[in-house]
Design a binder for this molecule. Structure first.
Ligand SMILES: Cc1cc2nc3c(=O)[nH]c(=O)nc-3n(C[C@H](O)[C@H](O)[C@H](O)COP(=O)(O)OP(=O)(O)OC[C@H]3O[C@@H](n4cnc5c(N)ncnc54)[C@H](O)[C@@H]3O)c2cc1C
Length: 488
């Protein structure tokens, strides 16, 4: 009986599993269909072909949850990321203009840091770190074609995988456990279902299409200041964000609602993409040709969903020695930047469960229980947020739409209470950012009476005394007309 662990997929979750499980005396084989990484981060950005990771060249930002986990559990990797050019922006540096100069330090502020890096730089660096961990080896350009299953017992038990290396005949690789870290396109659960394993799935649409273009600052030029003009916003018919990155790179993402059929086709054209950015002040100054030059085409991506797959039913695992981690088990709308944090945290929850016991049933139950406790509240919140955004995008196209009282109250609470409170009160912003960075549950701030009172107090404050953001950009009609597109 082997105690080898096979990790299928060398993306963020697969690397996270190796980080969490590697130790002397344990063999971990990470299998990936894609080729080994090129020698450095620039070559990785320019040439690393990743058929298995279609989002590789989309904008990514990394949250405090991921940064603190790496900093506290993998300090050498933390150093390596900084050496590779990744940058951390701490809480004080991300304060809105209205709170700059009013900062006073509090416990935990250090954790509220974003990591700015291209996805390729992050993955290339984590990979270099994992390659040196004890007992870990990679099989690259090797695709997993099937799961080896023992069907004699009352419950299906996974015994390994069938692999196919480029140009070679298929071979079997036995394992004590198989980790499915195949990402959003994983077919391992399909193979289990075909053999009669019941895997329940919840799925709801993200309702957007994602468009990304990368740029590089010209020599001698700097990023624009972080002032009153926000680099991210929601215009209803389009959401946008500037993603600072490593080594003078940055990218811009435009998220277009699926129902905006003409706009979504037009956005893929680099000229239209830049024209949209030039109509929105928060982005126009970033792509000013004096400041920066585009370095890629526009990448588009659709078919985005929130997904949660269940591998424990009525308290019992549906399969043994098989664990799905990261996007193959839990997916959220990329707009919220949670996927990599969630994947690496999920991987460490699995690592803790597998390090605590060798009993596969207990491992599965412990993994499921903690995943629900630590990740499910975020999934629930984002799924609901997306359904609300889909409704709003639909209403945006209907000139006769009149919101009901409940919808008006929710909108007013967000725009006239929470928004201005975060712009004018450090304590409120700090409490909400803890949830944003996945360092506290999304609704934890509601249990803090001081924060709640400040938000409610802000709701009652006259509008003339509140801080609202400047106009972010043109409305839908103005933008579509400026682009020469039909408005209805
Ligand atoms: C457009 C977009 C933007 C995003 N932006 C952000 C962001 O800003 N911040 C953030 O944190 N997250 C973001 N995410 C989410 C993040 O990219 C994912 O959550 C993360 O990549 C999940 O990691 P994973 O390892 O589960 O899957 P992946 O990273 O997709 O890796 C899967 C791996 O499995 C391999 N594989 C698949 N099938 C097989 C097989 N049969 N045999 C062998 N190998 C196989 C693939 O080659 C690949 O290497 C974004 C996602 C999208 C779609």
């Amino acid at each position: 009986m082997t105690d080898r662990i096979v990790v299928v997929g060398a993306g963020i979750a697969g690397l996270g599993v190796a980080m969490a499980l590697a130790r002397d005396g344990r063999e971990i084989v990470v299998v990936d269909r894609d080729a080994a990484p090129p020698p450095n981060v620039e070559a990785a950005f320019d040439t690393w072909e990743r058929k298995g990771v279609t989002q590789l060249r989309h904008s990514h930002v990394f949250l405090g949850c991921l940064v603190t986990l790496i900093r506290d559990r993998h300090p050498r990797l933390h150093d390596m990321l900084h050496k590779a050019g990744a940058r951390e922006l701490d809480f004080e540096a991300t304060l809105p203009a209205s709170l700059q100069g009013k900062y006073t330090a509090a416990d935990g502020d250090r954790d509220l840091a974003f990591l700015f890096s291209r996805r390729t730089t992050l993955e290339h660096t984590i990979r270099a770190y994992v390659e040196k961990l004890p007992g870990v080896r990679f099989l690259t350009s090797t695709i997993v074609r099937d799961l080896l299953l023992d069907k004699t017992a009352a419950i299906h038990t996974v015994k390994g995988v069938r692999i196919e290396r480029e140009g070679a005949a298929p071979e079997d690789l036995t394992a004590a456990a198989v980790i499915d870290a195949c990402g959003r396109t994983s077919v391992l659960t399909d193979w289990l279902r075909e053999r009669g394993v019941t895997i329940d799935e919840e799925k709801s649409p993200a309702g957007i299409l994602y468009f990304t273009r990368h740029y590089r600052l010209r020599e001698g030029q700097d990023e624009p200041p972080r002032d009153l003009i926000p680099g991210a916003g929601d215009l209803g018919y389009i959401k946008y964000g500037v993603f600072a990155a490593d080594n003078r790179h940055f990218s811009i993402t435009l998220a277009v609602p699926e129902i905006e059929s003409e706009l979504r086709v037009a956005t893929l054209n680099p000229k239209t993409f830049d024209a949209i950015c030039n109509h929105i002040p928060g982005m126009a100054r970033w792509i000013d040709p004096v400041r920066a030059e585009p370095v890629t085409k526009v990448f588009g991506m659709g078919n985005l969903h929130n997904v949660w797959r269940h591998f424990v039913k009525a308290g019992e695992p549906v399969v043994l020695n098989y664990f799905a981690v990261g996007d193959s088990a839990i997916r959220t709308n990329p707009l919220y930047g949670r996927g990599c944090s969630s994947a690496v945290l999920h991987a460490h929850i699995l690592g803790d469960a597998m390090n605590a016991t060798t009993d596969p049933r207990d491992q599965a139950i412990a993994f499921d229980k903690r995943s629900h406790k630590e990740l499910r509240p975020f999934w629930n919140a984002l799924m609901k947020q997306d359904l609300g955004a889909i409704r709003r995008a639909k209403n945006e196209q209907d000139p006769t739409y009149k919101p009901r009282l409940k919808a008006r109250l929710i909108k007013s609470f967000a725009e006239d209470a929470i928004g201005p409170a975060t712009r004018s009160n450090l304590g409120v912003l700090r409490a909400l950012m803890k949830g944003f960075h996945m360092l506290a549950m999304p609704t934890a701030w509601l249990a803090n009476p001081t924060v709640v009172l400040r938000v409610l107090g802000m709701w009652l404050t006259p509008k003339s005394k509140k801080l609202y953001p400047p106009k972010l950009g043109p409305n839908r009609k103005e933008m579509l007309e400026a682009l020469g597109l039909k408005t209805a």
